[in-house]
Design a protein around this ligand. Structure first.
Ligand SMILES: NC(=O)c1ccc[n+]([C@@H]2O[C@H](COP(=O)([O-])OP(=O)(O)OC[C@H]3O[C@@H](n4cnc5c(N)ncnc54)[C@H](O)[C@@H]3O)[C@@H](O)[C@H]2O)c1
Length: 375
C-alpha cells in the first residue's frame, strides 16, 4: 500500500531485489561454510577507530559478521588512541580497515560500488558541542557532506539498512523531560546539534524518495573504556590523577543521562538487525516527528536515569580514591543543563534498554584508564 502512495518505494524495491537476493545467497553460503547458523553480513562501520565505532565493530566481529571499518584517523584528539583501538580489531580475519574521509565523494562512491555492503553503521562525524563554535567547517565537511555521501552510497548500492549516529543534543533548548522522539527538535543550540538534526532530515528524504530503510540513534553522553579524551570523564580522571583542578561548568548544576558503552553497542546492533519500516498508523495531518510513512525511525538511546554532575564526580573520586580540586565556572555556550532520555520506543522496538549504573561504569573506565596509561 505504501509503495502505491509513494511510487519511488516500488522503484527502489524492484531495482534492489536482485541485488539483495545475491547478498542473501552470500550469507547462506557463508553460514554453511562456517557450519553454524549465524547470518553473516558484510557491514560498513564508519568511525571504526572511534570510541563507539570500535566497540560496535568488536561485537559484530564476535558474532561472525564481516566488518569494513572506515576512518580518516584525524587529530581532533590523540590519533594514537585511535590506532590502539584499531589494534584490537585487526587480529580478526573478518576485519578490514580503510583509511578514508567520508567527505571524499569520489572515494566513497567507489568504495560502496566495490564492496556492496549489506548494512551500514555510520558513526564517523566531527563530534563535540564546544568545538563546533571554534571550527564550524569541520562539521559541515564531515557531518553534512559526509552524510550525503553515505546516503548516496546506500541508495545506489541497495544497502538493506542504514543506522547512523544522531545525538541527544538535537533536543537543544527543550525543557520537557524526559526527552521523547515524539517532541519537536527544531531549536538546536549548537552547530553540532544542527548537523545531527540535519542528518535525520536528510535520512528521511532518502527513505521517502528511494525507500532506504534508515534508523537514527540519539546517543546520550556515552562513557566507558576506550572513551573520548575530550569528554568529561576522561578529562576529570586525567586531571585528578595529575593533581590539577577540574572545570565544573554551570557551578555543578548539570544533569546528564550518562550511558555506558556496552549498552550503546548492544543497542546499535539490535537496531541494525531490525530494519526501519513505514508506520502504517502515520497521520500526515498530525505528523509525529519520530515516525513516518517512509521506512524511517529515530530512537533515543540513553540510560533514562539522569545523574547530577556532582554525584558523577563523587563516583570518580571513589573509583580513584582521591578528591578532586574543583574550579566552578558558568555554563558554556552551546551546552544544555540537563539531558534525560525516554527509551520506551527503543524498548518496544528491540526489547532492550540501557541499564548500567554510573558507579559500575565509572569503575570500569578508571580500571581501563589506569591499565592503558599505566597511571
Ligand atoms: N560519545 C558520545 O557521547 C556521543 C553522543 C552523541 C552522539 N555521538 C555521535 O556518535 C558518533 C561516534 O562518536 P564517538 O564518541 O565514537 O566519537 P569519536 O570521535 O571517538 O569517533 C568518530 C570517529 O570518526 C572519525 N571521523 C571523523 N570525521 C571523519 C571523516 N570526515 N571521515 C572519516 N572518519 C572520520 C574520527 O577519526 C573518529 O575516529 C559520532 O557521530 C558522534 O557525533 C556520540
Amino acid at each position: 500500500m505504501e509503495s502505491i502512495r509513494f511510487p519511488c518505494l516500488a522503484v527502489f524495491a524492484a531495482s534492489c531485489v536482485t541485488e539483495n537476493r545475491g547478498r542473501r545467497d552470500r550469507a547462506i553460503i557463508s553460514s554453511l561454510t562456517h557450519n553454524h547458523c549465524i547470518k553473516r553480513m558484510k557491514i560498513l562501520v564508519t568511525g571504526a577507530a572511534g570510541f563507539i565505532g570500535m566497540h560496535v565493530s568488536e561485537r559484530l566481529l564476535a558474532r561472525g559478521d564481516e566488518v569494513i571499518g572506515l576512518d580518516n584517523l584525524n587529530d581532533y584528539y590523540d590519533p594514537s588512541l585511535k590506532e590502539s583501538r584499531l589494534e584490537r580489531l585487526r587480529p580478526s580475519e573478518r576485519f578490514r580497515f580503510v583509511r578514508q574521509d567520508v567527505a571524499d565523494s569520489f572515494a566513497m562512491a567507489r568504495l560502496f560500488a566495490e564492496e556492496k555492503f549489506d548494512r551500514v553503521v555510520h558513526l564517523a562525524a566531527q563530534a563535540g558541542v564546544r568545538y563546533s563554535l571554534k571550527n564550524p567547517h569541520a562539521y559541515v565537511d564531515s557531518n553534512l557532506v559526509g552524510f550525503v555521501n553515505i546516503l548516496e552510497g546506500c541508495r545506489h548500492n541497495c544497502a538493506e539498512h542504514l543506522v547512523y549516529a544522531s545525538s541527544s543534543s538535537v533536543y537543544g533548548g527543550n525543557t520537557k523531560m524526559p526527552f521523547s522522539e515524539h517532541d519537536s527538535v527544531d531549536h538546536p543550540v549548537s552547530l553540532y546539534a544542527a548537523t545531527k538534526k540535519a542528518n535525520e532530515l536528510m535520512a528521511h528524504t532518502y527513505s521517502h524518495l528511494y525507500g532506504l530503510p534508515a534508523t537514527g540513534l540519539r546517543f546520550f553522553t556515552v562513557y566507558g573504556p576506550w572513551g573520548r579524551p575530550d569528554m568529561a570523564l576522561f578529562l576529570f580522571v586525567r586531571a585528578i590523577l595529575e593533581g590539577r583542578p577540574i572545570d565544573v561548568f554551570n557551578h555543578g548544576k548539570m544533569r546528564r543521562d550518562f550511558t555506558y558503552i556496552d549498552d550503546i553497542a548492544e543497542g546499535v546492533i539490535r537496531v541494525l538487525d531490525r530494519k526501519a519500516e513505514p508506520d502504517a498508523a502515520f497521520d500526515p495531518l498530525r505528523p509525529d516527528p519520530g515516525r513516518s510513512h517512509a521506512p524511517y525511525r529515530v530512537f533515543n538511546i540513553g540510560n533514562h536515569d539522569p545523574v547530577d554532575l556532582m554525584d558523577f564526580i563523587e563516583a570518580i573520586e571513589e573509583a580513584l580514591g582521591r578528591k578532586a580540586l574543583k574550579n566552578f565556572l558558568p555554563i558554556q555556550d552551546g551546552d544544555v543543563p540537563a539531558t534525560y532520555a525516554d527509551v520506551s520506543e527503543l524498548d518496544t522496538w528491540t526489547g532492550f534498554k540501557p541499564a548500567t549504573n554510573v558507579r559500575d561504569g565509572v569503575g570500569r573506565f578508571v580500571a581501563w584508564y589506569r591499565a592503558y596509561y599505566g597511571a
